[in-house]
Design a protein around this ligand. Structure first.
Ligand code: GLU
Length: 285
């Protein structure tokens, strides 16, 4: 029987709030109920927004909730050479191109269509001549996936979602996504598929807000010969008012709840039943 391995993979750009705790408890319980392993991975590739103090805070908050993880905590910031190798492999397959556009140039582009994740890159740099690329190589640039070419290369793909069943991968509407940022030789999409495979993750548990990204992840797995885990995209925890959690309706940091004397056992029991704990959401106490 395969050992089930799940993970919680927060970005240390702030303190954990109830929404994070909900995701963490679902990933934790899935592994524990299957006598499997639950991993903690710190997704700190964004050097400008990640903070050491938030890494410490994440570990503290999880311990307070009683969620223990197995093995060492992987830090993405320490794995850049692994991502760079994968990037080279995609470049060798002629599936990436350098993009010199600035955010404001892309935002100003009248032709930029919208996909499930917002504005889609209009493809400006896709067809630059090789001599222009060579001349501009010293300028800041990111690397984008030539989505149409990549999709054509691998043919039809699918992935399994615990709630929605088999889903045909359709990454095309997201356009030429960034696989290496200007300031970091990787991106969320690239790092997450590489690490889920490297850590033998069998079950990815995360919010439904990330299910669009899974279409891209499935494609990258095919291009890089990586296994595809089972996906569990859970509904987002909602506040007492039925709206997505925000500070206003209950997404306060766990650290604040702890400081206010909240009982972690009670809190985790509520999260396990998919509710914002009574007494936590303002106005519902
Ligand atoms: N690091 C991502 C976040 O904090 C989650 C990644 C994932 O679960 O795939 O939103």
């Amino acid at each position: 029987m395969t050992l089930r391995i799940s993970r919680f993979a927060p970005s240390p750009t702030g303190r954990l709030h109830l929404g994070h705790a909900y995701s963490a408890v679902r990933a934790h319980d899935l592994a524990r109920h299957a006598a499997g392993r639950f991993l903690l991975r710190i997704e700190d590739i964004d050097r400008t927004r990640s903070r050491e103090t938030f890494v410490t805070g994440i570990e503290e908050d999880l311990r307070w909730l009683g969620l223990t993880w197995d093995g060492e905590v992987i830090r993405q910031s320490r794995r850049m050479p692994v991502y760079a190798t994968a990037l080279e492999r995609l470049k060798d397959q002629d599936l990436l191109y350098p993009c010199f556009c600035t955010r404001s140039e892309i935002a100003a582009s009248a032709s930029a269509p919208h996909g499930p994740e917002g504005q889609v890159y209009p493809g400006t740099c896709r067809s630059l001549d090789s001599d222009v690329r060579a001349r501009r190589a010293g300028e800041p640039h990111c690397w984008r996936l030539d989505m149409a070419r990549a999709v054509a290369r691998v043919g039809p793909l699918r992935w399994h979602d615990a709630t929605a069943g088999w889903i045909a991968a359709d990454p095309l509407p997201q356009g030429d996504v960034v696989l290496a940022r200007k300031e970091t030789p990787t991106s969320y999409h690239l790092a997450v598929v590489i690490d889920d495979a490297a850590q033998d993750v069998t079950d990815v548990v995360r919010g439904v807000d990330l299910s669009a990204a899974t279409h891209v992840h499935r494609l990258l797995q095919a291009l890089l010969d990586l296994p595809t885990p089972a996906y569990h995209h859970h509904p987002l925890l909602v506040g007492a008012d039925g709206a997505r959690l925000a500070k206003r309706n209950g997404a306060m940091p766990l650290a604040t709840l702890r400081a206010e004397g909240a009982d972690p056992d009670r809190l985790i029991a509520s999260l396990r039943s998919g509710r914002v704990p009574i007494g936590v959401a303002p106005g519902k106490a």
